[in-house]
Design a protein around this ligand. Structure first.
Ligand code: B4P
Length: 188
């Protein structure tokens, strides 16, 4: 099964992708996690990405694509994958389509988690208290929501036009949303 999980920052993509990985044995590929690992390791790429991420901006398409291509070359990807946090703009959609066509592994499901903006602000404020992630401060959260509206919302339309979009209500408990996703994927 090959899934792209879409949704605003804090909509639960990372949370739900982790559960789907455990349940369905898919590779979970989060570009946010890949970038944070580079930052934590202090690599050249991480140093470039760190300030950009803290401001809530998108890291350059070339950097993220290079990182993603390396991850997609790993053996577990052939069993199926969940992409979490990629694509985030139309250029990334096109780059992903080209890569997956070359690999003969096209996206089968593009799933959008719909969450109220007020719930997003609350969730990210809660995570800021618990985890202290540098981009969960109020200014960056506001900016990330704006970037989402301007750059990532067209990605949803892209998958709708391709006949691959499915929407799932992302409000409720983590387990309720997980069950909705399993039903939609015929795995409940
Ligand atoms: P991401 O790591 O993708 O972060 P995110 O959009 O905030 O989503 P995340 O997965 O962390 O949160 P989730 O919704 O699971 O990106 C971070 C940054 O990396 C970007 O701003 C950008 O700078 C860079 N980046 C990443 N990908 C990129 C790309 N492709 N191109 C360019 N730049 C890129 O959960 C949020 C919180 O809600 C959690 O604390 C969770 O516990 C909680 N939660 C989840 N479900 C809940 C529920 N049902 N009820 C209550 N709380 C819930």
């Amino acid at each position: 099964m090959r899934i792209v999980l879409l949704g605003a920052p804090g909509s639960g993509k990372g949370t739900q992708a982790t559960l789907l990985k455990q349940k369905l044995g898919l590779a979970h590929i989060s570009t946010g996690d890949l970038l944070r690992a580079q930052v934590a390791a202090g690599t050249e790429l991480g140093l470039q990405a760190k300030a950009v991420m803290a401001r809530g901006e998108l890291v350059s398409d070339a950097i993220v694509l290079g990182m993603l291509e390396a991850r997609m070359g790993e053996a577990d990807v052939a069993q199926g994958f969940i992409l979490d946090g990629y694509p985030r703009n139309l250029a990334q959609c096109q780059a992903l389509d080209a890569m997956l066509t070359r690999m003969a592994l096209p996206v089968q499901h593009a799933i959008q988690l719909d969450v109220d903006p007020t719930a997003i602000v609350e969730r990210l404020a809660e995570r800021a208290r618990k985890e202290g992630r540098s981009d969960d401060n109020p200014d960056s959260v506001r900016y990330r929501m704006q970037v989402y509206q301007e750059q990532t919302a067209p990605v949803v339309e892209y998958y709708a036009n391709a006949g691959k979009l499915q929407r799932v209500p992302g409000m409720g408990s983590v387990d309720e949303i997980h069950q909705r996703l399993l039903e939609l994927l015929g795995q409940a």
